[in-house]
Design a protein around this ligand. Structure first.
Ligand SMILES: Nc1ncnc2c1ncn2[C@@H]1O[C@H](COP(=O)(O)OP(=O)(O)O)[C@@H](O)[C@H]1O
Ligand SMILES: [Mg+2]
Length: 165
């Protein structure tokens, strides 16, 4: 696991920049954390860093939004929160979302059974109204790369080992 302090919205932007640099398709990025913890903001910053200029709205009502970056990369942004209200997770075009491009999924808990293990799982927590803590989990190579890239972007980040459950 990698822990990072996002002490301001600017640091969340820097994390978005770091993700834009190091993620390669195909990748599934799951985002967990309570409402307002910054999941949508982080995806928006990543899309901006990838050169998407259009309005990036939260997909909480549309469930899925797709974007094409400056370099022709497909980025899908899903929010499964409303799946809990009876919308069928099986109806989503998972093969299209997972086969290529980058796919960001907020509230992945609702997609359990449909989603393969994530390339990167990001958990966000409120610390103060303007600061957040991020916990990022992936294979050792991606965690090491993340720490390097985040530090270069001015984020305080460190790898820590989790106690076995
Ligand atoms: N350091 C920070 N990182 C991310 N968001 C922040 C930060 N500080 C304040 N915020 C605010 O918190 C809110 C996060 O909302 P949003 O990204 O929609 O959360 P979620 O998708 O997790 O519900 C936004 O209004 C954002 O401006
Ligand atoms: Mg959101």
């Amino acid at each position: 696991m990698v822990r990072a302090d996002l002490s301001s919205a600017a640091q969340t932007r820097s994390l978005g920049l770091s993700l834009a640099k190091l993620l390669h398709q195909p990748a599934l990025i799951t985002l967990r954390g309570e409402l307002g913890s910054g999941k949508t903001s982080l995806v928006r910053e990543t899309l901006r860093a990838l050169g998407v200029d259009e309005v990036i709205a939260s997909p909480s009502y549309t469930i899925a939004q797709s974007y094409q970056t400056r370099d022709g990369l497909l980025v899908n942004h899903l929010d499964l929160y409303r799946i809990n209200e009876g919308i069928d997770v099986d109806l989503l075009a998972w093969d299209d979302y997972l086969g290529h491009g980058l796919t960001f999924v907020e509230w992945p808990e609702a997609g359990t059974g449909q989603l393969p293990p994530a390339t990167l799982d990001i958990e966000l927590k409120h610390v103060t109204p303007t600061s957040r803590e991020a916990r990022l989990r992936g294979v050792p190579e991606i965690e090491r790369e993340l720490v390097k890239t985040m530090r270069a972007a001015g984020i305080s980040a460190r790898r820590s080992h989790e106690a076995p459950v």
